[in-house]
Design a protein around this ligand. Structure first.
Ligand code: UD1
Length: 417
């Protein structure tokens, strides 16, 4: 297990290229299960979660080659229908193979993901949708046992909340189901639009993505396609906050600024100077002003940037209020930030952050991807040395984070233990 050692206090300066989006690459990898032949995904980040999904697909019989910045995925002969506990417990997004396996093989056995460091995270909406499409599903001995012997059939599915994963799983299954599926209350996130665009390239008929009503007309079969993954809006947001929290000047290259609308608005509200030009964003950090943030499904403020914004709010001149509405327990970073001198009080889903003049380096522990990133940001701004343990959580979602930060001037190194 490794740790980061950060000597804080250096304003970051320079340009940085944003990697492909993990949360877009994962559902696209699952989509490859829907066809025979070889699909090609480009700009796939080199991350632990991508390796986990690769292992899940290989366990099902897929043949996958990594090539430069991409993956060639051949799911012609699937020899298995099980995603085992050992892999699903490492990454919940493994559940995305459920819909494609049911659609292609009429049978799937996927370990129940269980809770994780940010909350319970049930998968009831995924299952409810697939049952409505004709799947028989039982949960036995910690596994979802699913059958669709006579195939899946479209229906009108109403999601109680706009779950990204449930929208993806149902869309994947619906693309080759009989008849029309309408998903009401669907997620409007960019990752859904990307999945639909890839599926359309494979021959699927999907309309309405980007709205909360998605219509999928099932086709008999899909064919292989190639696709380039969009830039990671959460990595981009994290690096913008790195520029802001260190009072630096950072330029992000190769990004899609419209995916970051509310994040840029909140950073501006906090006094940061931001310039957007084509596919670049430049941020000039200033002493932060306090802010009110409430996480919401896209296009609301992303929960995946809540911990990082909390780190920035720790140094604001005044009191910020941050409310988490997407996950009930995404607060593990708070106790660690308090150890660095932050004044934070949690009241249920609300966090009250009283800004302090400075944070102090100490030993802290990452417990999830984005909470871990929040500690890196705090360490970059803190006085003295911060050691962050359990950085394998951070590696799940950030590609060579310490290298990118070092190139911007940060004094950060990885130590393997
Ligand atoms: C995805 C992202 C994750 C991000 C999250 C919210 C991936 C691989 N992960 O996760 O980084 O934080 O979206 O933007 O893309 N829920 C249910 N029942 C369900 C499904 C979800 O109650 O069947 C709840 C969850 O517990 C959570 C909320 O819905 O409270 C949103 O979850 P969801 O959008 O499904 O998140 P993921 O797809 O798991």
């Amino acid at each position: 297990m490794g740790k980061f050692i950060i000597e804080g206090g250096v304003p970051l300066k320079g340009k940085v290229r944003i990697s492909g989006a993990k949360n877009s690459a994962l559902p696209l990898m699952a989509a490859c299960l829907l066809t025979e032949g070889r699909c090609q995904l480009k700009n796939v980040p080199q991350l632990v979660d991508i390796i986990t999904m690769k292992k899940v697909l290989e366990g099902l019989g897929s043949v996958i080659e990594r090539e430069n910045e991409g993956l060639k995925i051949d799911c012609t002969s699937l020899s298995n229908y099980e995603a085992p506990y050992e892999l699903v417990r490492m990454m919940r997004a493994s559940i995305l193979v459920l819909g494609p396996l049911l659609a292609r093989l009429g049978r799937a056995r996927v370990s129940l993901p269980g809770g994780c460091a940010i909350g319970r995270r049930p998968v009831d909406l995924h299952l409810k949708g697939l049952v409505q499409m004709g799947a028989k599903i039982e949960v036995r001995e910690g596994y979802i046992e699913a059958y669709a012997k006579r195939g899946l059939k479209g229906d009108n599915i109403y999601l109680d909340l706009p779950s990204v994963g449930a929208t993806e799983n149902i869309m994947l299954a619906a693309s080759v189901a009989r008849g029309v599926t309408v998903i009401e209350g669907a997620s409007r996130a960019p990752e859904i639009i990307e999945l639909a665009t890839f599926l359309r390239k494979m021959g699927a008929k999907i309309e309405g993505v980007g709205t909360d009503s998605i219509r999928v007309e099932g086709v008999r079969e899909l064919h292989p396609a190639s696709y380039s993954i969009i830039p990671d809006r959460i990595e981009a947001g994290t690096l913008l906050i790195a520029g802001a929290i260190t009072g630096g000047e950072v330029v992000l290259k190769e990004i899609l600024p419209h995916h970051l609308g509310i994040v840029l608005a909140k950073l501006r509200e906090m006094g940061m100077e931001i310039e957007v030009k084509d596919n670049q964003i430049r941020i000039l950090g200033n002493h932060p002003r306090p802010v009110k943030i409430k996480t919401l499904p896209y296009p609301g403020f992303p929960t995946d940037l809540q911990p990082q914004m909390t780190s920035l709010a720790c140094l604001a001149q005044g009191t910020s209020i941050i409310t988490e509405t997407v996950f009930e327990d995404r607060f593990a970073h708070i106790a660690e930030l308090q150890r660095m001198g932050a004044q934070i009080e949690r009241k249920g889903q609300m966090v009250i952050v009283k800004g302090v003049p400075f944070l102090e380096g100490t030993i802290v522990k990452a417990s999830d991807i984005r909470g871990g990133a929040a500690l890196v940001l705090a360490g970059l701004a803190a006085r003295g040395v911060t050691q962050i343990c359990d950085i394998h959580h951070i590696d799940r979602g950030y590609e060579r984070l310490e290298e990118k930060l070092s190139r911007l001037g940060a004094r950060i190194k990885r130590v393997e233990e």
